[in-house]
Design a protein around this ligand. Structure first.
Ligand code: AMP
Length: 173
């Protein structure tokens, strides 16, 4: 149904701080038809034969990556905020507008030479996705591409990911 997916995304001004137009995807999860459409469409962005493994970002990326793994039969691994994962890990720090953040993956999450598709809900400045690319490459993998449900155009995400293929379903200013 045309527009159902778009209608299931709610923009909340000034959350979590002034000036941010927060894309609230909770209504999407409350509408199984729209959620299914989102999973079908994000799964179709990349042909499954072009990647070996899906990497999903903490936390809303998990809700897409897990369903894509189920739909495509591809193995899944998690890119988590620092300090959440047991076992041996690799940490990638990246800069935010103020300060730094860090992503962490288990050291055996990606095998040498594997092709990885990275998945998240929103691409904004691209810092999170770029850190994911760096982490996968440090683990010996290669990036097939980056897939997001939503891309916020004009925040520089696509530029920060130059050299990597980036595809999104919905674009907002
Ligand atoms: P960035 O690293 O700036 O590309 O930000 C992307 C990450 O932050 C994703 O994991 C999103 O979940 C979250 N994010 C950033 N901006 C927004 C926004 N306007 N609405 C919802 N989530 C956002």
């Amino acid at each position: 149904m045309e527009g159902r997916l778009e209608d299931a995304i709610r923009t909340i001004p000034d959350f979590p701080k002034p000036g941010i137009q927060f894309k609230d995807i909770n209504p999407l999860f409350a509408d199984p038809v729209a959620y299914k459409e989102a999973i079908d469409r994000i799964s179709q962005l990349y042909e499954p034969s072009t990647y070996d493994r899906i990497g999903a970002f903490d936390a809303r990326g998990f809700l897409f990556g897990a369903a894509m793994s189920y739909a495509t039969g591809k193995p899944l691994f998690l890119l988590r905020k620092r300090g959440k994962l047991p076992y041996e890990t690799v940490v990638q720090e990246y800069s935010l507008e103020y300060g730094t953040a860090a992503l962490e993956a288990q050291a055996d999450a990606v095998r040498h030479g594997e092709r990885v598709l990275l998945v998240d809900d929103v691409l904004a400045t691209g810092g999170t996705m770029r850190a994911g690319c760096d982490l996968v490459e440090r683990l010996g993998g290669t990036i097939t591409g980056c897939a997001t449900l939503i891309e916020l155009d004009g925040l520089g995400g696509r530029e920060r990911l130059s050299g990597y293929e980036t595809k999104s379903i919905l674009h907002y200013e």
